[in-house]
Design a binder for this molecule. Structure first.
Ligand code: DC
Length: 216
């Protein structure tokens, strides 16, 4: 098994940047699993489909072309909203599972960020982080990011989105927002990204030392 780093957490917690930097540090490929759900939502809408149609969403998820993850459209606010809707469907999650598990199995290691990486996709991952921050701080970060991309959105709208998504991502029986019992919790509310990354790196290095030299 390669050295899998699972980076979970809610929207705009900083997990994506942390995952990207960890990948660069170790030379591992990085998968932002949220992009898979975003790509499903975007394609469903582009086909004129309905986000409430589980079967259509599942069909799109089963035939998803990973090349579409590169499409800048998947990074919009609307894509995030659509992703959160289709991610609520078990058959959609199942359809995207094999791709994520195959990615996790890459040697010598891989970094995946998402909601359920440490619990469902790669429960065997030797390094697990759960990155979080208050909804207000996350909304502020997401607002800055979307504004920089040229989207005309208000902070209040983004905060409302984040609250709805937290609720939707955590309020169901197969909720992806469960913190793995062996995950290290990293609250980035009071941290800039450099400090957050530094804390993440230390957590991963501790896990790495344990993985390299398992006791007994
Ligand atoms: O992290 P993000 O904002 O790109 O995620 C978009 C949506 O996809 C989010 O509302 C929940 C869902 N998601 C999920 O259910 N499981 C994942 N592993 C990643 C994302």
């Amino acid at each position: 098994m390669g050295f899998i780093i699972a980076v979970d957490g809610p929207a705009a917690s900083g997990k994506g940047t942390i995952a990207t930097r960890l990948g660069a540090l170790y030379g591992y490929p990085v998968l932002d699993s949220g992009l898979l759900y975003r790509a499903v939502g975007v394609r469903l809408l582009a086909e004129g489909g309905d986000l409430g149609d589980v079967e259509a969403a599942t069909r799109v998820a089963r035939s998803l072309d990973p090349a579409t993850l590169e499409n800048p459209e998947v990074r919009t606010r609307q894509a995030g909203e659509a992703a959160s809707r289709v991610a609520a469907y078990s058959p959609v999650r199942q359809a995207l599972r094999d791709f994520q598990r195959a990615f996790a199995a890459r040697e010598p290691g891989a970094v995946i960020d998402g909601r359920d990486i440490g619990t469902v996709i790669a429960p065997q991952a030797p390094a697990k982080l759960y990155v979080t921050a208050t909804p207000e701080v996350r909304a502020d970060r997401r607002w800055k990011q979307l504004t920089a991309q040229g989207e005309a959105v208000t902070y209040e709208d983004i905060l409302a989105d984040i609250r709805v998504r937290d609720e939707r991502d955590s309020g169901r029986s197969d909720s992806p927002m469960v913190i793995a019992p062996d995950a290290a919790l990293l609250d980035t509310t009071q941290m800039d990204i450099d400090r957050a990354f530094d804390a993440a790196r230390r957590i991963v290095e501790t896990a790495r030392a344990r993985w390299d030299h398992p006791e007994g």
